[in-house]
Design a protein around this ligand. Structure first.
Ligand code: NDP
Length: 335
């Protein structure tokens, strides 16, 4: 199937990574279905995508609604005859201590991020089976491999997305054409941080120097062309995923003591539910300007990265010597 005949669905297309994916897929041609809650933002995006050569269907939906996702899949097939690539990208974020954030907010993050991916997956799989193939791309995170203080709901949902992807990949082995990819970005310059629910009392900023949403979109497109099981995006993610496997305790301590300091500004903020229940009336854009203001923090990130890489290399050597390659060598809890 050539790129020009491909039918692609992108969830969470109204802003950030999803919007960047839609624009990139549009450039490649073919048919595109864009979905999110904000219909006006999707219409504006559709006009831009049509200008790049794609045939676009706007299908507003909330990913927490299983039937709405079924309808998106059915409308796609009714309009374009098939669905070749489905990108489960929609997601929300929340900051706050596990015991302090209201339970309904914690539930809502998992409902959106994990159940949202589940709803998209169960909506499209029957069509993939019927047509004998299709590519499912699920957007998880580096936090699908490790934890992070004050982000338990987010990290739990992102771990869940990896597990769901792995199970579906196994369940689909009987249909050769079905492939499942999990994308694992590190920090990305999108409105996600600005619209996140926040129960910490401090303003959230992305840690280190985030990569551009377009860079993630490029990897999503690569998955559509050349599927891979898991694709970390950005140096922070590649390193984080590797280090979490080799030295998990060290990564936890680094996250708790160093990176979390980078993640919050001194500016106080009132508790906010962010965009968890209602979409914001701003932020329907790809980038959010974080990369421009992150030069100072990036020096610290680079120092951390170099230190981490050295630790990682040392750990690999130690692991190989111990003859237990692939097993964590720092598995104990450290306080
Ligand atoms: P944005 O906030 O820019 O985009 C999130 C998208 O999800 C929006 O289009 C939003 O649209 C949509 N969305 C949110 N809630 C719902 C809902 N209930 N139903 C339907 N759509 C919804 O964030 P990003 O682009 O950064 O995030 C995209 C994905 O990438 C997420 O899964 C995120 O976890 C992941 N990711 C992001 C990273 C980052 O640093 N930015 C790092 C790692 C992973 P609308 O409000 O119109 O519904």
């Amino acid at each position: 199937m050539g790129r020009r005949d491909r039918v692609v669905v992108v969830t969470g297309a109204s802003s950030g990574i999803g919007r960047a994916c839609a624009l990139r897929f549009a450039e490649a041609g073919g048919a595109l279905v864009v979905t999110a809650r904000r219909a006006d933002a999707l219409e504006e995006l559709a006009t831009e995508c049509r200008g790049r050569g794609a045939d676009v269907l706007v299908a507003p939906a909330d990913v927490t609604d299983a039937e709405a996702m079924d309808r998106v899949a059915a409308e796609t097939v009714a309009r374009f005859g098939r669905v070749d690539v489905w990108v489960n990208n929609a997601g929300v974020n929340m900051y706050g201590r596990t015991e302090e954030v209201p339970a309904r907010l914690w539930h809502r993050v998992v409902e959106t991020n994990l159940f949202g991916v589940y709803h998209g997956t169960r909506a499209v799989l029957p069509w993939f089976r019927e047509q004998g193939g299709g590519t499912l791309i699920n957007v998880s995170s580096v936090l699908g491999h490790t934890g992070f203080p004050q982000q338990s709901a987010y990290a739990a949902s992102k771990h869940g997305i990896r597990a769901l992807s792995d199970c579906v990949r196994q369940e689909s082995l009987d249909v050769k054409g079905i492939v499942v990819c999990t994308v694992l970005p590190g920090p990305v310059d999108t409105p996600l941080f600005r619209v996140a629910a926040n129960w910490t009392g401090r303003k959230v900023v992305p840690p280190g120097r985030p990569v551009s949403a377009d860079r993630v979109a490029a990897q999503v497109l690569r998955c559509a062309d050349h599927p891979r099981r898991e694709v970390p995006v950005g140096g922070a993610s590649r390193f984080g995923v590797l280090a979490a496997r080799i030295v998990p305790g060290m990564v936890e301590r680094a996250g708790a003591r160093v990176l979390s300091r980078q993640h919050f500004a001194d500016q106080p903020t009132a508790p906010s539910e962010g965009n968890l229940f209602e979409p914001p009336d701003f932020g329907a854009r790809v980038d959010d300007g974080w990369r421009a203001g992150s030069r100072r923090r990036s020096r610290l990130s680079r120092a951390l990265l170099v230190t981490g890489l050295l630790l990682g290399v040392a750990a690999v050597i130690a692991t190989a010597r111990a003859g237990v390659a692939g097993q964590p060598i720092v598995g104990r809890y450290a306080r």
